[in-house]
Design a protein around this ligand. Structure first.
Ligand SMILES: [Zn+2]
Ligand SMILES: [Zn+2]
Length: 188
């Protein structure tokens, strides 16, 4: 069975060199949906608690919220960084507190201190799905990711292998020693 949860993400981007309106900087509310597939954990009668999917994913995904997302070869990138630098906000601001980890993968690099994500490819809905899967594939048994941004929507199905060991008391993943990080339950 599947458990799924959705996120709203407010962001600005553009499709650099795209022959259409989207080559101009603009913004969206993106809706991201992550579906997790596994057996039903009989202790809690859930695949996985949705608030835990949310917590695990939001750790990374918050980097895209109220953020600017630009491709690495976009000439707007040095121009924006120059403005942020001169304004004194390039390396952070007291009001910028919703910062995720500064991840750096093959597809995307996050600069949480100035709410910027630099991508290898154009950040279309398809591009976002690839980035999200890459960030979370080892942390969740992802069966499907969907992303909607304005009139554009995309989705991709995956085939998660096996089952993850979850706590029968609170449903979250056990650590590598078989211990629940939340309630201390031990498998053995
Ligand atoms: Zn757009
Ligand atoms: Zn537990």
């Amino acid at each position: 069975m599947r458990s799924f949860t959705t996120f709203n993400i407010q962001y600005a981007h553009r499709f650099y060199n795209f022959k259409g309106e989207a080559q101009y900087l603009h913004g969206h509310t993106g809706v991201l949906r992550i579906e997790v597939e596994d057996t039903i954990n009989p202790g809690v009668n859930m695949v996985f608690p949705c608030n835990e999917i949310k917590k695990t994913a939001w750790h990374f995904i918050q980097n895209f919220d109220h953020a600017l997302i630009l491709r690495k070869d976009d000439p707007l990138l040095p121009a924006i960084l120059d403005v942020y630098e001169k304004q004194g906000i390039r390396n952070g601001a007291p009001t910028n507190q919703m910062c995720g980890p500064a991840f750096d993968t093959e597809l995307a690099k996050a600069y949480p201190e100035c709410r910027l994500v630099v991508t290898k490819e154009t950040m279309t809905v398809e591009g976002m799905i690839k980035i999200v899967y890459d960030l979370l594939k080892d942390k969740l048994n992802i069966a499907k990711i969907s992303f909607n941004s304005g009139d554009n929507s995309g989705s991709q199905e995956y085939h998660p292998a096996g089952t993850m060991d979850r706590c029968p008391m609170c449903g979250i993943l056990l650590d590598k020693n078989g211990v629940c990080p939340k309630c201390g339950y031990r498998k053995h």
